[in-house]
Structures are given as C-alpha cells and as structure tokens.
Design a protein around this ligand. Sequence first.
Ligand SMILES: [Zn+2]
Ligand SMILES: [Zn+2]
Length: 140
Amino acid sequence: MSDLLERLRGRGWRLTSQRRVVAEVLDGEHVHLTADEVHARAAERLPEISRATVYNTLGELVTLGEVIEVSTDGRAKRYDPNAHRPHQHLICTGCGAIRDVHPLGDPLAALPAEQRFGFAVSQAEVTYRGLCPDCAGCSG
Ligand SMILES: [Zn+2]
Ligand SMILES: [Zn+2]
C-alpha cells in the first residue's frame, strides 16, 4: 500500500474511486507531476475521470498538507507527495528529471543574521541543476 494512501486513510479522507486513482498516481518517491500529467495517468486507469476532478482533488490534497506544490522552473506547478520531509530539488537541465535531495546543513540556517534584514525568515528553497547520468552520457 502506498504511503500517501495510507496517510489519507489515516486522516479519514473519503476515498472515492476517483480520489484513490489520483492518490495512486502521486504515490512513490521522487514524484513531481504536473496536473496534466496526473490527469493523463489517472485517465489510463479510470478513463472517465475529468480534468476538473483531478484539479479539485489536487487542490484538496494541497490544502490537507499531504501534497506540496513545487514550482521548479517558473512553468507549470508540479505536485509532490513528499510533503512531510523537508527537501530540496535536483533537476536535470537536459531531460527535466527531478530528484528529492537533502543537503547537509539547513539552508534556512545558512543565511547570516545580517542578511535577513529583520525578516522572520521561515522558508528556504534551493534548486540544484545539472545533467543526469543519462543526459551526460548522450552528450558524449
Ligand atoms: Zn537528464
Ligand atoms: Zn520533491
């Protein structure tokens, strides 16, 4: 059974067949899908599922805090079920593959006090970019 599904069951989230399919599509490690990708994959399992249902379900999952929205490239938002363990992203500039990573040290703590300008800083986002082994191999 998937971790996300387990979490949702634990919270008593009403699992209709449509919601279940969305949660199943999002299950796993290093999952970062756009809403359209979630819809395409959900429709493979449940052809009648509408885009609106997928979008609504994603919105609910985000509100519940079980899925986070990630904007890695300024384009489409991606949905990430790894919502309970703070992490950063490693992105391939060739194919767009995304991995969840945990840098040593806390990026939040890395900002010196004199550069906080009096802000109550609560979040830090770091994106690492480069070529994945597959893409590095292609280019020779
Ligand atoms: Zn790549
Ligand atoms: Zn992630």
